[in-house]
Design a protein around this ligand. Structure first.
Ligand code: C5P
Length: 400
């Protein structure tokens, strides 16, 4: 898929720039041509010589370089590729992009290009979490720019958290997703997945047994059909797939907010096992055992029903809204009632009685409930179930 593609790789000035050498090698191994561009700051981290050696061509570095301009002007350079990749996308580069600055070669190319752009952010965790960066990210995503990473982990600066640039193989899969062809190409699919954790105090929480396996499989299946996937996941035990936009959350309230921010979407699939209630008297400090045997009393508040609120949106509702129903009895009746109550288009119903081994297991046996009937599917692996559902989604959007 990547073979024969031309990638304009803009290398930003961050310590993660060293990973770009490996990225260039992998892209060229797969038959892509890489035209590198180094910002001024990037040259402090990797040398033009090493980039040139791996890319097989000299990197561009200056906006007003008469030799380069005579050979290929910056406008042409910004268009003579199939995809522009920015890695590492530093806080500064993201801010420039979001603000439409064009004061050096990299930012000018990004303004002048008419090609899709993929960014791989990398920065210190505080800089990543800063409202300005999050605002810029939302702006860039809203402008149709795709993003891969960042990942959580320890950083060169000694801190730990979100901000490590995605690994070269993750960036390669995100690039492959850009070139994916398939019935969902050009579509945006939003998927929720995993459990939510509802805090009781800073160290305890209420959770459920969802592994997030079905949601992760669905995200991969939609990606493989060419969709851009926003994957909003609670603390799942199965890692999110590569090549999708991962938004990690913990509580139902955070999931609801992340879903709103990820919209609009062509289809939204709600595979998360969202906690129905949160503890509304959660303590700010760890609750201590009292000496006299008195027990803590928890009081609960209902969580927002994310599926129902999206399904009932008056403006900007996704064309297709799909819910899941995990039941332990009267599967079809309960699921049909849920479809009507929540206002979604389909419900994927499964029997999660402990003897089925579905919750946390590798297999699933679902019944697809639509407004016109109930279609029981055979027992299939969660990835086969996902592939089948993704195809049905593609069919439904194709008819829309
Ligand atoms: O009402 P119930 O929890 O059985 O509904 C399950 C469906 O609703 C799932 O698709 C789940 O992701 C979604 N849901 C939600 N927000 C909630 C509760 C459930 O999106 N607070």
């Amino acid at each position: 898929m990547i073979s024969g593609k031309r990638i304009l790789l803009i290398i930003g000035g961050g310590i993660a720039a060293y990973k770009c050498l490996e990225l260039i090698r992998r892209l060229r191994d797969q038959g892509a041509a890489v035209t590198p561009v180094l910002t001024q700051a990037a040259q402090e981290f990797v040398t033009p010589l090493s980039v040139a050696a791996l890319a097989g061509q000299k990197p561009y570095t200056h906006l007003f370089d008469l030799t380069d301009e005579a050979e290929m002007g910056h406008i042409e350079l910004s268009r003579a590729s199939d995809l522009v990749v920015v890695a590492p996308a530093t806080a500064n580069l993201m801010a420039k992009m979001a603000g439409g600055h064009a004061d050096d070669l990299a930012s000018t190319l990004l303004m002048a290009t008419d090609k899709p752009v993929l960014i791989a952010p990398a920065m210190n965790v505080r800089m990543w979490e800063h409202p300005a960066t999050q605002r810029n990210l939302a702006q860039l995503l809203g402008d149709g720019i795709r993003s891969v990473g960042p990942n959580e982990g320890s950083m060169a600066c000694g801190e730990f958290g979100l901000g490590r640039m995605a690994e070269p193989d993750e960036i390669v899969s995100a690039i492959a997703a850009q070139f994916a062809e398939g019935p969902l190409a050009g579509r945006h699919v939003l998927i929720t997945s995993g459990p939510t954790h509802e805090p009781i105090d800073p160290v305890r929480y209420i959770a459920n047994r969802s592994s997030g396996a079905q949601g992760a499989a669905l995200a991969a299946a939609c990606r493989d059909l060419g969709a851009r996937v926003s994957f909003v996941t609670g603390p799942a035990s199965v890692p999110p797939p590569h090549g999708v936009d991962v938004i990690k959350v913990e509580t139902a309230a955070q999931m609801a907010k992340a879903v709103t921010e990820a919209l609009p979407a062509d289809a939204a699939i709600f595979a998360a096992a969202v906690a129905d209630w949160r503890v509304d008297n959660a303590a700010n400090q760890k609750i201590k055992k009292s000496g006299d045997g008195a027990l803590p009393r928890l009081s609960f508040a209902e969580n927002p029903d994310i599926l129902a609120s999206v399904a009932q949106m008056k403006k900007g509702r996704p064309t297709l809204v799909v819910g899941f129903a995990a039941e332990t009895e009267n599967l079809v009746d309960h699921a049909q009632a849920k479809l009507a109550r929540k206002g979604c288009d389909w419900i994927v119903a499964n029997d999660v009685s402990p003897e089925t081994g579905i919750m946390g297991g590798a297999y699933n046996a679902v019944t697809l409930i639509t407004r016109t009937g109930a279609d029981p599917w055979p027992r299939l692996s969660k990835s086969e179930t996902a592939a089948r559902l993704a195809l049905r989604v593609a069919e439904a959007l194709g008819q829309a």
